[in-house]
Design a protein around this ligand. Structure first.
Ligand SMILES: [Zn+2]
Length: 512
């Protein structure tokens, strides 16, 4: 069926140097047919019997990209029961009983549990959960994601062994169902593997809905592997074309043959070479300021990383890694260099996720090697700056150069923007705001540069810059309509701009 839509009387920011602005756009069958002036597009659209929307001076831009999202974990709230409002163990149990859905084969999932808000100052025990759910496994996660609380049948199904590290016990020495550290990871992995197809599908669709409401039309989704479950991958593949957004699926696996067999073009990228600042596991050359015994950790050997990159490239796959600390960044560049020496791969667009604390020489090296940097400007905006957790961990000197966007662009690197949702929310306008207004002004980039991160350079990262990321004839009809122009408002107000409408393949998928 034909779909024809024209937007007129707008302020079009095209992100295309050949024609940077326009007033109107005409989209036919999901593809931009023409951009131009209001009279010209109105004439054309009327002649073809298209739907015409008068934007009344609103701004329209290429559909926004979020280049690093965990769609499954972001969407988990869609399948779960929110326990944050509960004030007592009794209320937690009542809420679970009242709001349970699905059949008894599905695990009951509750989130937002906050024991500091409960009068008992503790979560319900396994025995208390058993009193309501003897036969049906219950899996609750606390708000800070530090522990899991389960019932007895859940422990039995998961085969949580008595010897496991991190098992909570009551005063009498019986298992309380509260699981920390190793037992917590075990439980998490088990739960992710046991979710039903319907639950996975609901979670993915929920995230897509969150995205369109934030003006996002393309997500680079980091899925499978150790982050969630490889069982998510077939669900994504089945419903990917039905979603109201374009999803570039990154299967965070290390098994090249499996990824090739699914016809995917990308492997890995959110595989962790080091950890995070919060947990003091990002790898540095100097120790953490608040723990002089720790320099963080590298999780893989150079040999393994090099051979993996080479194998991915030989299979024609794009790839990349998560590297935050300076030592992880040096490692990934060393390995990329070696892999390319063994097997030169033109236009590889190797992705480095985060790239938080690069040495200056490594910024240049990344540019020379043709790596693409995947940043999350909201990280430092929400957690960096003076008197922040970052500063406590790494000290003022390193913190000042955390996520140095200005230096990256000046070195000629292509940089994209994302949220790493759930780490920060899917919200590209917040990301653009954060890149323009970072905690240390030396790292600031301009609004136009920041908009590139979330549009054309996001598309470039996925080798899609010829088909999306800017507004020009022949490109995807993905458009975000804003109530204000991010390039014209006072820079410190960018995050207040509202998404008025999201158009995907020429169809309105969100309207305020
Ligand atoms: Zn991530």
């Amino acid at each position: 069926m034909e779909n024809k839509l024209a937007l007129i009387n707008g302020i079009g920011v095209t992100m295309d140097a050949n024609q940077p602005s326009c007033q109107a756009v005409y989209i036919k069958d999901g593809i931009i047919e023409k951009i131009g002036s209001t009279p010209a597009i109105k004439n054309l659209a009327a002649g073809e019997g298209a739907q015409i929307i008068d934007l009344g001076g609103k701004t329209f831009i290429p559909g926004l990209h979020d280049c690093h999202v965990h769609m499954m974990s972001t969407g988990l709230s869609a399948i779960g029961i929110n326990l944050y409002h509960c004030r007592s163990v009794k209320e937690v149990l009542e809420t679970l009983v009242k709001e349970q859905t699905g059949d008894s084969s599905e695990w009951i999932f509750g989130y937002g549990l906050d024991e500091s808000r409960l009068v008992e100052k503790r979560p319900p025990t396994a025995a208390e959960l058993d009193s309501c759910f003897k036969e049906r496994p219950v899996y609750l996660v606390d708000r800070g994601l530090h522990y899991t609380q389960v019932n007895t049948i859940a422990m039995e199904l998961m085969a949580i062994g008595e010897a496991e590290d991190g098992l909570g016990r009551d005063a009498a020495g019986n298992l309380s169902g509260r699981l920390h550290s190793q037992a917590n990871s075990h439980a998490r992995k088990y739960f992710f593997d046991k979710m039903s197809w319907a639950q996975r599908e609901r979670a993915i669709r929920h995230t897509a809905q969150i995205a369109v409401a934030m003006g996002v039309t393309t997500i680079h989704a980091m899925e499978g592997g150790d982050l969630s479950s490889d069982y998510d991958i077939p669900v994504f593949l089945k419903i990917i074309d039905e979603l109201p957004i374009h999803v570039v699926l990154h299967w965070c696996s290390t098994r090249v043959a499996d990824v090739v067999a699914q016809n995917l073009k990308i492997i890995g990228t959110d595989i962790l070479l080091d950890g995070s600042i919060g947990s003091r596991t990002a790898a540095f050359k100097e120790a953490y300021c608040d723990d002089p015994t720790s320099v963080g950790e590298l999780f893989f050997s150079d040999e393994w990383v090099t051979s993996y990159i080479e194998a991915a490239h030989r299979a024609g796959l794009q790839t990349g890694f998560h590297a935050i600390g300076q030592r992880a960044i040096t490692q990934v560049l060393n390995c990329l260099e070696q892999a390319l020496a063994k097997f030169p791969m033109p236009d590889h667009r190797f992705r480095i996720e985060h790239f938080g604390f690069p040495d200056r020489c490594d910024i240049k090296r990344a540019a020379d090697l043709g790596a693409v940097i995947s940043t999350q400007p909201a990280f430092t905006y929400l957690r960096g700056g003076p008197d922040s957790v970052y500063e406590e961990r790494v000290g003022p000197k390193r913190n000042r150069r955390a996520y140095p966007l200005r230096e990256l662009l000046d070195a000629g690197l292509v940089v994209n923007g994302g949220s790493d949702s759930n780490v920060t929310p899917i919200n590209p306008l917040l990301g653009i705001h954060a890149a323009v207004n970072p905690p240390y002004s030396g790292n600031a980039i301009s609004p136009a540069e920041a908009l590139r991160l979330f549009t054309i350079d996001g598309a470039y990262t996925a080798k899609e810059e010829k088909i999306r990321g800017s507004l020009r004839a022949g490109k995807a009809g993905d458009i975000t309509v804003l109530n204000q122009n991010p390039l014209a408002v006072a820079p410190e107000t960018i995050k207040e701009i509202e998404v008025a409408m999201t158009i995907f393949k020429g169809k309105i998928v969100y309207q305020k």
